[in-house]
Design a protein around this ligand. Structure first.
Ligand SMILES: Cc1cc2nc3c(=O)[nH]c(=O)nc-3n(C[C@H](O)[C@H](O)[C@H](O)COP(=O)(O)OP(=O)(O)OC[C@H]3O[C@@H](n4cnc5c(N)ncnc54)[C@H](O)[C@@H]3O)c2cc1C
Length: 404
């Protein structure tokens, strides 16, 4: 049952504080460890039992999705209350209870485009982290040109029949359900796409993990062979999936910009200036000795401060009711660049210690920085490449004409 939030904001703050004091377990107030991230779903292992408790308690309150309607299991908080909740969570350095494509992408899109029955069916389990979702968008011939997708969906009267292949489906082998774009009319491009959801256990669905040069990866190739999907699992109208797809991409780009990135380094990583001081040395006034590196680190710190404030402002604007629009592309582009610059600086500041991938000769934080640097290469690809986001900015934000 959702929290019975007092109307008075001071009273609300006190009740939130009391609740957190009583319910946030001690280890959930320490920096998040990479191997204790909770993605939820039926395959979740919960290395730390307090993560499970924390998810259950936050999910029960609806506070993993504080502003979603209480009737679907969300927190039902208004914007002012949600802000207070965030502030109080931050104050005790509480870990996020749940990482989830359902929370970041599918849920917001379903609240906008799903029917009542679908919202009641899927949203409560997203809030509680009971169902883990994956994103079936990209195909071997349809990444940037997503609307070129070919996965075929036929109307067989009492069910949909799906045949085709997706690629780069992150965590498809761990997910319970997929939100998926399919082609329901091949005579038209954008107007022939539909948005379907289905259980990954359905007969004919096969997720094969892709091994990359850096070792194992979260990516899968996902194959669909005569997969039967119940009719009521179509979201929105037939052939009108492209609108939902685009909206969901805006949610994806916003959540990435707000910090949902791979490659930030993880816990235990110091800021670049600290590594530079340790590994490169300091001058007589205690500054990083290498002037060029010092200037680039300073520039990065200035940009990231400005970017952080801009993200904060746009989050506040979104909470104040302004739409998540094409500015999501500006933020995603900038966030990708910022994160990649940071990872470059970290590895450079570490010197030869920044070359370690494995083995005892390298400290754990140095290995994490190296792995983070490699992972950050994908930041300018995932959720739409930087080139594609710049095209969106040129066309939809600046109103420039298409290149002839
Ligand atoms: C970490 C990560 C996680 C991902 N997770 C998922 C997932 O869970 N589900 C999913 O469906 N997909 C996922 N993807 C796939 C991702 O969305 C695609 O890789 C991305 O959309 C680019 O498509 P592509 O790889 O086919 O590249 P392509 O479209 O082949 O592009 C190749 C290059 O050409 C450029 N290019 C293409 N068209 C244009 C143009 N018109 N103008 C200028 N430049 C252009 C691109 O910017 C890029 O640099 C993930 C990718 C990464 C890296």
């Amino acid at each position: 049952m959702a929290f019975d939030a007092p109307e008075d904001l001071d009273e609300f703050r006190t009740s939130v504080r009391d609740w957190l004091e009583e319910n946030c377990p001690p280890s959930m107030r320490t920096p998040l460890k990479d191997d204790e991230i909770v993605w939820g779903g039926t395959r979740e292992k919960f290395k730390n039992p307090e993560s499970k408790l924390w998810l259950e308690r936050m999910g029960e309150q609806g506070w993993t999705a504080p502003e979603w309607p209480a009737k679907y299991g969300g927190g039902g908080l208004n914007k002012a209350q949600a802000r207070i909740l965030q502030q109080e969570l931050r104050k005790i350095r509480a870990r996020p209870a749940l990482f989830s494509f359902g929370l970041w992408m599918f849920g917001p899109a379903l609240l906008e485009f799903g029917n009542e029955e679908q919202k009641k069916r899927y949203i409560p389990d997203i809030v509680k982290g009971k169902t883990r979702w994956c994103q079936g968008y990209s195909e071997p011939g349809a990444g940037s040109d997503l609307a070129g997708l070919q996965t075929k969906c036929e109307d067989k009267g009492d069910h949909w029949l799906i045949n085709g292949q997706k690629v780069w489906t992150s965590y498809a082998d761990q997910a319970d359900w997929i939100f998926c774009l399919v082609r329901t009319d091949k005579t038209v491009k954008h107007e022939g796409i539909s948005f379907l959801v289905f259980d990954m256990e359905t007969e004919g669905v096969e997720a094969r993990p892709i091994k990359l040069i850096s070792g194992s990866s979260p990516f899968c190739e996902t194959f669909f062979t005569d997969v039967k999907v119940p009719k009521d699992q179509l979201v929105g109208e037939l052939n009108a999936g492209w609108t939902i797809a685009k909206r969901l991409l805006q949610f994806e780009r916003s959540s990435i910009s707000a910090g949902g990135f791979g490659g930030t380094g993880g816990s235990g990583i110091l800021p670049p200036q600290e590594y530079a001081k340790q590994h490169v040395g300091v001058d007589e006034s205690g500054r990083v000795a290498d002037g060029d590196l010092r200037a680039r680190i300073t520039e990065h710190l200035m940009y990231s401060k400005a970017f952080g404030l801009t993200v904060q402002r746009s989050t506040e604007e979104a909470k104040a009711g302004q739409e998540v629009g094409h500015t999501a592309s500006i933020m995603k582009y900038a966030a990708a660049k910022m994160n990649q610059d940071k990872c470059e600086l970290l590895v450079e500041a570490l010197g030869t210690d920044g070359l370690g991938w494995d083995g005892d000769g390298f400290a754990d934080d140095a290995k994490k920085a190296t792995r983070g640097w490699l992972r950050s290469k994908g930041n300018s690809i995932e959720g739409g490449t930087s080139e594609i986001n710049l095209n969106v900015v040129a066309k939809r934000v600046l109103g420039l004409r298409e290149h002839q």
